[in-house]
Design a protein around this ligand. Structure first.
Ligand SMILES: O=P(O)(O)OC[C@H]1O[C@H](OP(=O)(O)OP(=O)(O)O)[C@H](O)[C@@H]1O
Ligand code: HPA
Ligand SMILES: [Mg+2]
Length: 182
């Protein structure tokens, strides 16, 4: 047991489960964009590992870009104020765009991102999220491809952090409550 593993109360999805689901999503996306080269926009920081694995499971040509936003800071609840920390570089006007996010919790981040991307006038916009917490939504945001629906628990690993830590865990686990509740 390493130090980070001791902070996890349960493993939700192990490496094998994550990769299996990503292969299915990759196949679905490859079949849906046969005559297009979509721009896949990973949302930093949390989406960096998911995007890296997802693009390697896609068999059509894609372009990759990143948008960095932040709303959680060092807390386990959204501040509700989304800030753009790094903009996209590719001109996405008239392009098919797929936004790739690690998690939809309140939905406030993804709602903001979708609005922001539409302002750049892409010809289409779809969203692919690895995890969704339907019971935590505070807005009726919709998305197109989803890895797993989960309960309203704070999860870490596979890109997801608490106060910037645990992103490098290869699995997705529930963080022990005593580590962030007082
Ligand atoms: O649905 P929401 O309640 O808005 O939460 C989801 C967002 O929060 C996290 O990002 P965060 O702001 O923590 O930045 P990070 O990706 O750099 O960790 C996560 O990566 C999503 O982008
Ligand atoms: O459950 C979560 N874990 C890590 N980051 C998050 N950002 C929103 N929800 C979460
Ligand atoms: Mg975070």
């Amino acid at each position: 047991m390493n130090q980070m593993n001791c902070d996890i109360s349960a493993v939700l999805f192990d490496e094998y489960q994550i990769q299996t689901r990503i292969r299915e999503l990759g196949l679905e996306i490859s079949n849906s964009y046969k005559n297009s080269t979509p721009v896949m926009i990973g949302i930093l920081k949390g989406g960096f590992i998911f995007l890296a694995d997802l693009v390697r499971s896609i068999t059509i040509p894609v372009e990759v870009d990143f948008l960095a936003i932040s709303s959680y800071g060092t807390k386990t609840s959204s501040s509700g104020v989304v800030k753009i920390r790094k903009d996209i570089d590719i001109d996405i006007t008239g392009r098919d765009v797929i936004v790739v996010e690690d998690i939809v919790d309140t939905g406030l981040s993804l709602a903001y991102i979708k609005d922001y991307i539409w302002q750049h006038k892409p010809s289409s916009l779809k969203t692919c999220v690895l995890l969704d917490k339907p019971d935590a939504h505070k807005t009726d945001v919709t998305f197109d491809y989803i890895g797993y629906s989960i309960k309203n628990e704070f999860v870490v690993g596979y890109g997801l952090d608490f106060a910037e830590k645990y992103r490098n865990l290869p699995f997705i686990g529930i963080l022990k409550e005593e580590l962030y509740k007082c």
